[in-house]
Design a protein around this ligand. Structure first.
Ligand SMILES: NC(=O)c1ccc[n+]([C@@H]2O[C@H](COP(=O)([O-])OP(=O)(O)OC[C@H]3O[C@@H](n4cnc5c(N)ncnc54)[C@H](O)[C@@H]3O)[C@@H](O)[C@H]2O)c1
Length: 246
């Protein structure tokens, strides 16, 4: 198994893509530590993993709360002895036309998607530098590549994630820590059945699934991806290629 003996923090593990990543990591042998505000659902994710023979726990953590992220990460390091992998997946993508956005809408989306990522990395970075080893994977989006209408705040936040990832990869590379981002296209989460066909998906399927993203994240977290850093990885069924032609 690729991730045997690794300890991984996955934010937003209660639902959707984060749940898919948690399950995949556990199936690869990792101990999964979920951080989520929906603690009951995050505990369900952990319980499902344990019932399947894996290792997982969950903590109630709001990634926007710097002090709580720091304290809980310190507790995780104390309890498990190490953190090898951090996946900054917690995020949200509310839709509102820019002209109707209030400063509080803008600030919340940027705070969750960018500051939440900063907080979690800052909490673990000295530990990883000390161990001269680490994998950091940040969730970006196709919104960072092509922009999405009614999601100007979200597009800005995810664009920032990609630039932040690159700069951090340069600083942390000498400490043998890789930093990458993944940009999902339309992913069917939480029992969504929307048919994305005709909306820029080129493959004969309704859209992507959490497992599609988990496969990429799991590879980036593994030893096999040791020479990959500072790069964004699209998993989007061709979404950014442009309009479907005849
Ligand atoms: N689903 C898609 O089509 C899609 C496409 C591109 C990018 N993404 C990105 O993938 C990531 C996961 O999205 P998803 O579709 O699985 O969404 P989701 O809503 O199913 O999952 C998000 C998770 O993050 C948690 N969360 C929200 N705010 C939090 C906070 N402050 N602290 C801790 N946890 C918090 C939620 O409780 C939830 O478990 C996000 O970063 C999102 O922007 C999703």
């Amino acid at each position: 198994m690729n991730l045997s003996d690794k300890v991984a923090i996955v934010t937003g593990s209660a639902t959707g893509i984060g749940k898919g990543i948690a399950r995949r990591f556990a199936s690869e042998g990792a101990t999964v530590v979920g951080f989520d505000i929906q603690i009951e659902k995050a505990q369900e994710t952990a319980a499902e993993i344990v019932a399947a023979g894996g290792k997982a726990v969950a903590f109630r953590v709001d990634v926007m709360d710097y002090a709580l992220v720091k304290a809980t990460t310190a507790q995780v390091i104390e309890q498990f002895g190490q953190v090898d992998i951090l996946v900054n997946n917690a995020g949200a993508y509310p839709q509102k036309e820019f002209k109707d956005q209030e400063p509080k809408d803008w600030e919340w989306v940027l705070n969750l998607n960018i500051n939440g990522t900063f907080n979690c990395i800052h909490a673990v970075v000295n530990h990883m530098i000390g161990r001269k080893s680490g994998r950091i994977i940040n969730m970006a989006s196709v919104a960072a590549h092509v922009g999405i209408k009614r999601m100007a705040h979200y597009s800005a936040a995810k664009g920032a994630i990609i630039a932040f990832t690159k700069a951090l990869a340069m600083e942390l590379g000498p400490s043998n820590i890789t930093v990458n981002s993944v940009s999902p296209g339309a992913i069917l989460v939480n029992n969504a059945t929307t048919n994305y066909e005709g909306k820029g998906i080129y493959l004969p399927r309704p859209g992507g699934y959490p497992e599609d993203i988990a496969a990429m994240v799991s590879f980036l977290a593994s030893d096999e991806a040791a020479y990959i850093t500072g790069t964004d990885h699209l998993v989007d069924g061709g979404r950014v290629l442009g309009p479907r032609g005849s």
